[in-house]
Design a protein around this ligand. Structure first.
Ligand code: FES
Length: 141
């Protein structure tokens, strides 16, 4: 799907979401000896790079929101209700993550435009991403 151009009619709340044309996340996760997860995530958004750290468990959506990364919304707070955290994974990467199920599948099936590797970022736990795996995603619009 092509990005939607900003025309001034779109609710301000969604400005960041619609404005982003390309976004990539590189996730490097590590478990310490004490069992704590540390994840470094590098977001590439329309040519800008943001590197953030997550200590402890988090989802990709939570990390993006906490760090004000443009391109991902999470209107329902990760309750798999709104679908504003929809992303599309690359095929080879999607296969490495636990498959979508339950309410995530319900939300995705309600969208008109999805791809085989569509996911909700609020359902992607950093702990499930294999160490050093790079996850390239694009927003829905
Ligand atoms: Fe609402 Fe993911 S944040 S479905």
């Amino acid at each position: 799907p092509s990005p939607i151009a900003l025309d001034g009619d779109i609710d301000d709340e969604y400005t960041n979401w619609y404005a982003v044309k390309s976004i990539q996340y590189e996730i490097r996760s590590h478990w310490s000896n004490s069992g704590k997860l540390t994840a470094t995530v590098v977001f590439h958004v329309d040519g800008e790079t943001f590197e953030v750290e997550s200590k402890g468990e988090a989802t990709l959506m939570e990390l993006a929101l906490r760090n004000n990364i443009p391109g991902i919304e999470g209107e329902c707070g990760g309750n798999t209700v709104c679908g504003t955290c929809h992303i599309v994974l690359q095929k080879n990467e999607a296969d490495l993550l636990p498959a979508a199920k339950g309410s995530e599948l319900d939300i995705l099936s309600a969208f008109d435009e999805t791809e085989a590797t569509s996911r909700l970022a609020c359902c992607i736990r950093l702990a499930d991403v294999p160490p050093e795996m790079s996850v390239a995603v694009k927003p829905l619009f």
